[in-house]
Design a protein around this ligand. Structure first.
Ligand code: MN
Length: 249
């Protein structure tokens, strides 16, 4: 396929995902998800199940985000990560995953045991998600790359999942055009909008529209091999928007 359709951070926003997918052409475009499927929003379970289905049925690429990592860490050591879990919006994730019968006031350990039993395949799948994907000159990861490596692949796991300003603020040395989520574009765009951000050097494309923030959006970016023109579909306040931009400086 000579086109990809890249989707940014979802955070349990199932309806927005479904709406955006109406713009995806399954025959022509490979789907790529940049991670952060869960936490904060109400439909984390539905979102992961849908993404997993798209990977299995359509060969979509689903990368890991730091929220998937944090959730797995919490499942393993709930006491150690209790506060982090609350701060990152884990409670609605738990609620969406509580699809089984359990006594009225279960302890955390009982809840975790239930989740592990009920969703074991899904959890194994989440644990093993890839950290990056390459498509020609395009390099996809959740957060970005180490700005000093020659190729995105040489970045560490921690950088691929967590990096922010060190990557976004200055041009990187790799030739890669890096497509990433993680840092809401409202923190990158000078006008504070949630539109897709293209760096001045045109080698970074930030697409996390912060769907759960006021005036946030979910972005789906269509890239075509050898064509600097990109099409952006967005879901904002339940409406679909379309825009064309170009990567040329
Ligand atoms: Mn993130």
């Amino acid at each position: 396929m000579d086109e990809v359709f890249v989707i940014g951070d979802l955070h349990g926003s199932f309806q927005a995902l479904e709406k955006l997918l109406t713009k995806w052409n399954a025959q022509k475009q490979r789907l790529i998800f940049l991670g952060d499927y869960i936490n904060r929003g109400n439909d984390s379970l539905q979102v992961i199940q849908r993404v997993k289905e798209l990977v299995e049925d359509y060969d979509a690429v689903a990368l890991k985000g730091n929220h998937e990592l944090m959730f797995m860490e919490w499942l393993k050591e709930p006491e150690k990560y209790a506060l982090t879990f609350l701060n990152i919006g884990g409670v609605p994730t738990l609620q969406s995953m509580k699809t089984f019968v359990i006594k009225e006031e279960p302890t955390i350990d009982e809840l975790i045991e239930g989740i592990k039993r009920e969703h074991s395949q899904l959890l194994t799948w989440m644990e093993n998600l890839p950290l990056y994907y390459r498509w020609g000159q395009y390099f996809f990861s959740h957060a970005g790359i180490n700005p000093f490596v020659r190729r995105g692949e040489e970045s560490t796991e921690h950088e691929l999942l967590w990096i922010r300003d060190d990557f976004t603020e200055f041009p990187h040395e790799a030739e890669d055009i890096v497509v990433f989520g993680h840092t809401p574009t409202t923190n990158l765009n000078k006008d504070l909008s949630s539109e897709v951000w293209i760096s001045p050097c045109c080698k970074k494309i930030g697409i996390d529209g912060g769907i759960l923030y006021p005036d946030g959006r979910l972005n789906g970016v269509v890239l075509t091999e050898g064509n600097p023109s990109i099409i952006i579909h967005s879901v904002m306040n339940d409406e679909l928007l379309i825009e064309q931009r170009t990567l040329a400086g």
